[in-house]
Write a protein that binds this ligand. Structure first.
Ligand SMILES: [Zn+2]
Length: 74
């Protein structure tokens, strides 16, 4: 077996209701709003953005992943 390092990115959704004349105005007003005024909206989502093989530690005797002693160094 090989060790892989997986990087994921999580997305959280927040909503805010405000009164404005146009979408553009609402957007500008929301941008200037303190983020604390937004309410959490649902669980959100997460996505895996990268998978890379993690190299064995220096001195690890592993051959094709067998006999790995990474993390056991004194
Ligand atoms: Zn190893």
């Amino acid at each position: 077996m090989k060790t892989f390092k997986i990087t994921a990115s999580s997305i959280s959704y927040y909503t805010l209701e405000l009164e404005a004349e146009t979408e553009e105005q609402a957007y500008m007003m929301a941008k200037e709003t303190d983020g604390a005024e937004f309410a959490p909206d649902g669980v959100g989502d997460w996505v895996i953005v990268n998978v890379e093989e993690k190299p064995h530690e220096e001195g690890c005797p592993a051959v094709d992943g067998i006999g790995c002693r990474c993390g056991e160094a004194a």
